[in-house]
Design a protein around this ligand. Structure first.
Ligand code: ZN
Length: 673
């Protein structure tokens, strides 16, 4: 029965992909032209405009989703080549649609009276996106707008390339093993492999995170830490070991200037305002106030944490003056001294099957849905597992779990949609399908796959996104699941589910020693919970420093101040410890200069406030209270992007979000307001 519903995900034939995509895009163009012609004499309605558009988008998405999925989890040269040919076709199509005046006019003419709430929200979001694509601009400005976008795309790509090139250009060759004292075997093996790959004796250290981080955390050699820190934090700048070669300094100014122009064309005061046009946060003042309030709450404790670290470093490590390249090193030493627990030790208690059983049991208790494994579905790799999600005996969704790292698979963890829930013309429901992808260490021979607690948290996080996608009750694709949910609210369900990773009653469900099946012993549980808040205020301040910097440079006129000046100003008022002025963090801040987080880095903390406060209702009413679970399902999870998240949150919590839950969960004392 499932085979009829599930797509064939065993292989991907790339031989005709470009032609097939072209056919779909051209077919859509033709159909849209026909629709528009028809609407010259007929007032558009949902069934004559929105539904056929949704059908067209769905065909395109169901074609493209496996392609981008295979590109991420089973890449090869021929697929990559084809993929790169497809991207410009898709971009051109999107720009063309976004600036299609006639199409926009037809949407504007759609009478709202007969539409239900999901449909009305779809119309309002669609019109907003048309506007933000520049469709309302007079001819000359529209062209300028499109040009700015193109220029920005080129500059941000160049920014990312510089960061990558600068990261790869630096390699430190070491031949004396004494210089590497303190480093774990896994890091030494990595450096040795890299040296061998270049026919060098000894070890080769680079600036990518798997190579850089162990030095900062574990190398006893202080001069080595300093050298690496200097190289790392001056990447892509005018100074440092490759100073001037991949300098992003002028790109930063240019990108900020072009963004300002783009925002101005659309009538916004600055780029931060443009960014908020499609987010949950309402005004720039609100965002800045939010970030500042968190920083003020976290700072006193962060200063104490830093003072404790300094004291530890002086007493235990003979570091009388702690430098910025000592912070991570001293932190790891202090963590071990205070809590005597490591992620490696915890692994034995988290075999993957036990974790999955526990995760599914928790979800069942909260939301009354069950996961049933399907063994005969086609899949792209033998390790992939397929599950049907059932409610009252009926299948309501499917999910594919691809959890182990392997060659040709992109790093990191994510949820992506293979198919969206929507109601079809004949009233049939198209069931949602989710891909959940992680990169855990595969099982060694004779042992099951064993996860660290961090990895368990990652699995819960992605599963939270998956539930948002799979438990939606929406019928209109544009607002179904995570579709149409603002960027600063989309991490709510994912961060929300992480909370159960720290609940003793839940931990008992998903832990069990892989040899003895014994649950996590209380002594280890206590240590794990105690270590949860170690330096959490310092960590929060670091994220806030980035978020406030991002916010300030996008809400200031780029001519007024250089990004580096603003960065130093933010550090002076926010950071828990001094950072040298030659630190060029901004020059490699790809999230905001090359990714989607421009004037949006605050989203991480924004959504965390929502998830922490939503969870606090479970703390009040019971972490396994099924009535509370049902309420969360009915409001936050089921409604997708059909209702403003502010309203959904209010419905669930009965009030506005409050930051105190996040502060409490982070172990930061809350002053009574
Ligand atoms: Zn996430």
């Amino acid at each position: 029965m499932h085979q009829n519903i599930l797509p064939d995900f065993s292989t991907l034939d790339v031989s005709n992909l470009v032609e097939e995509l072209t056919t779909i895009l051209d077919g859509n163009r033709l159909k849209i032209a026909e629709l528009l012609e028809q609407h010259e004499s007929l007032i558009p309605g949902w069934d004559s405009l929105a539904r056929p558009m949704e059908d067209m988008n769905d065909v395109l998405e169901q074609f493209w989703s496996p392609v981008s999925h295979f590109h991420a989890v089973a890449d090869n040269d021929s697929l990559r080549k084809v993929y790169e040919q497809c991207i410009p076709l898709l971009t051109a199509y999107a720009t063309e649609m976004g600036q299609n005046e006639k199409l926009c006019a037809a949407w504007k003419n759609l009478p709202l009276d007969n539409l239900d709430q999901q449909q009305q929200m779809t119309v309002s979001q669609t019109l907003r996106d048309f506007h933000l694509s520049g469709v309302d601009l007079p001819g000359q400005d529209r062209q300028a707008f499109a040009q700015l976008r193109q220029q920005l795309a080129a500059l941000t790509t160049q920014f990312a390339n510089h960061v990558l090139d600068a990261t790869q250009a630096f390699n430190l060759h070491i031949t004396d093993s004494e210089e590497l004292a303190g480093l774990p075997d896994s890091a030494l093996a990595l450096y040795r492999d890299r040296a061998q790959a270049k026919n060098l004796p000894g070890w080769l250290i680079g600036l990518d995170i798997p190579a850089y981080l162990p030095v900062m955390q574990y190398a006893d050699n202080r001069a080595l830490r300093e050298k690496l820190y200097y190289a790392y934090t001056t990447r892509a700048s005018e100074i440092g070991p490759n100073g001037g070669e991949f300098d992003n300094g002028s790109l930063i100014s240019e990108i900020l200037m072009l963004r300002q122009q783009l925002a101005a064309l659309l009538g916004f005061n600055h780029y931060a305002e443009l960014s908020l046009a499609s987010k949950m946060a309402e005004t720039p003042e609100q965002v800045l106030k939010f970030l500042t309030r968190l920083a003020e709450s976290a700072r006193p404790q962060a200063l104490q944490e830093y003072a404790a670290l300094k004291e530890f470093a002086a007493k235990e490590l003979s570091l009388d003056e702690i430098a910025v390249w000592d912070v991570a090193y001293a932190t790891e030493k202090m963590r071990l001294a205070c809590f005597a627990i490591s992620q490696e030790e915890l692994r034995a208690y988290f075999p993957l099957d036990k974790v999955l059983d526990g995760l599914f049991a928790i979800i069942q208790r909260l939301f009354a849905v069950t996961f049933v494994e399907i063994n005969n579905a086609s899949r792209w790799h033998n390790d992939v597992r397929v599950f049907a999600l059932q409610k009252n005996g009926h299948v309501i969704a499917y999910t594919y779990l691809d959890l182990y790292s392997r060659a040709n698979k992109r790093g990191g963890a994510w949820m992506s949609d293979a198919r969206i829930r929507r109601r079809l013309k004949d009233d049939e429901i198209q069931l949602p399908i989710a891909f959940l992808v992680c990169n855990f260490t595969p099982p060694e021979s004779g042992k099951p796959a064993l996860l660290t607690h961090d990895e368990v948290t990652t699995l819960f996080h992605e599963c939270g996104h998956g539930l948002h996608h799979m438990l939606t009750q929406m019928d209109v694709a544009a607002v179904s699941g995570i579709n149409g949910v603002p960027w600063d609210a989309v991490e709510l369900p994912s961060q929300f589910l992480e909370n159960w990773c720290w609940e003793p009653e839940a931990i008992a469900l998903f832990s069990g020693h892989y040899q003895t099946a014994e649950s996590l012993p209380e002594s280890m549980l206590d240590k794990m919970l105690a270590a949860k808040h170690f330096q959490s205020a310092m960590q929060m301040l670091r994220q806030l420093e980035f978020a406030i910097f991002d916010w300030k440079i996008h809400s200031t006129s780029p001519k007024d101040c250089s990004a580096q000046d603003i960065l130093e100003e933010v550090r002076a008022s926010v950071a828990a410890y001094p950072v040298p002025s030659w630190n060029r963090f901004a020059n490699s801040f790809s999230h905001i200069f090359a990714g989607g987080y421009a004037a949006g880095y605050y989203s991480y903390k924004w959504a965390e406030v929502l998830s922490a406060d939503a969870f606090s209702r479970f703390e009040e009413e019971g972490v396994f209270n099924s009535v509370t679970g049902q309420a969360f399902l009915d409001t936050i999870l089921a409604r997708g992007g059909s209702v403003e998240p502010t309203e959904l949150f209010r419905q669930f919590r009965g009030r506005e979000p409050d930051v105190s839950a996040l502060l409490r969960h982070s172990g930061i004392a809350v002053e009574s307001a």
